[in-house]
Design a protein around this ligand. Structure first.
Ligand code: CUA
Length: 313
């Protein structure tokens, strides 16, 4: 678990507004529950007295203030407060890009997230880097089915649709890493469709952007260079892009800086050499049903490709 991972531990203004509404509703619910539990217990132990209906005869007609108070007045008051809080929260949470917002386009795929920064001209996958203290407008779409983008610590959830754009605004107050999971069932590996949000100080974010904008330095050693040749000469290049090479596929994640990411397979495994080797050999052993096929490489080629991918910092 990463720090500040839940919607009740909000790490930014949007999530704070929503958590505030939740606590208001919980508080009202507790008060109503306590009042009725008290009245119920009191009623159970109350002794019948002379004002109750006499044996054999009809009860005397009298106006029941309890019914009016508990059945009409209290629900009206409680629901009006909840409605007011909800309307307030809806107005507080921006639904379009505020002034000065960082715009990020996120595209849901079965089963990974494509993350594009149009202004900065960079594309990555399964990680969202954001600067602390600046609103971020996430423009959500999908390449296939409906997915749902949700970073509980920073904002509510919003669908990523194949036929329209939904804008989710979020903001982080403090540096930190937050987990995000697809929140709409989207097929076999819905549960392995994760994304890491890295909120970082402005300068650190700027230097991340600069590094992403550069082409990867590429392999410094013989094995890596051999790996690059194998990569661009095989099916890898028809699905993946590595800027600065002839690999320009768009079916799978952009791998220009894949070695700088913490996980592979949208959080299915850590980005470690042995996991990467297993993934390239046959990704289905890690993530069954994934659309990437097993690589048709011999041992020497496999080792070279992994060395190459590891060099893409
Ligand atoms: Cu994508 Cu569930």
């Amino acid at each position: 678990m990463l720090a500040g991972d839940g919607s009740l531990d909000p790490q930014g203004p949007v999530a704070e507004t929503m958590a505030g509404l939740w606590w208001l509703m919980l508080g009202l619910g507790v008060v109503v529950y306590a009042v009725f539990a008290f009245l119920l217990v009191r009623g159970l132990f109350r002794r019948r007295d002379a004002t109750d209906s006499p044996p054999g005869g009809p009860a005397p007609k009298r106006f029941d203030w309890w019914v009016l108070g508990g059945g009409v007045v209290m629900p009206v008051v409680v629901l009006t407060v909840v409605l007011g809080g909800t309307v307030w929260a809806l107005r507080e949470v921006p639904s379009s890009a505020p002034q000065g917002a960082l715009v990020v386009e996120i595209v849901g795929h079965q089963w990974w997230w494509e993350v594009r920064y149009p202004e900065e001209g960079i594309t990555t996958a399964n990680e969202l880097h954001i600067p602390v203290g600046r609103p971020v407008a996430v423009e959500l779409t999908s390449a296939d089915v409906i997915h749902s983008f949700w970073v509980p610590a920073l904002a509510g959830k919003l669908d990523a649709l194949p036929d329209g754009t939904n804008t989710l605004v979020l903001e982080a107050d403090e540096p930190g890493e937050h987990r995000s999971m697809c929140a709409e069932f989207c097929g076999l590996q819905h549960a392995e469709m994760g994304l890491i949000v890295v909120a970082e100080p402005t300068e650190q974010f700027a230097s991340w952007v600069v590094n992403q904008q550069e082409q990867a330095e590429g392999p410094a050693d013989e094995a890596g260079r051999r790996g690059e040749d194998v990569f661009v000469g095989t099916d890898c290049a028809s699905c993946h892009t590595v800027r600065g090479t002839s690999a320009d596929g768009t079916e799978g994640p952009d791998l220009t800086h894949v070695a700088s990411r913490p996980t592979i397979g949208a959080g299915a495994a850590p980005n470690a050499p042995e996991d990467l080797t297993a993934w390239v050999t046959d990704p289905h052993t890690i993530k069954d049903g994934v659309l990437m096929p097993a690589a048709d490489l011999d041992d020497e080629e496999l080792e070279a490709v992994v060395a190459y991918l590891e060099s893409l910092e």
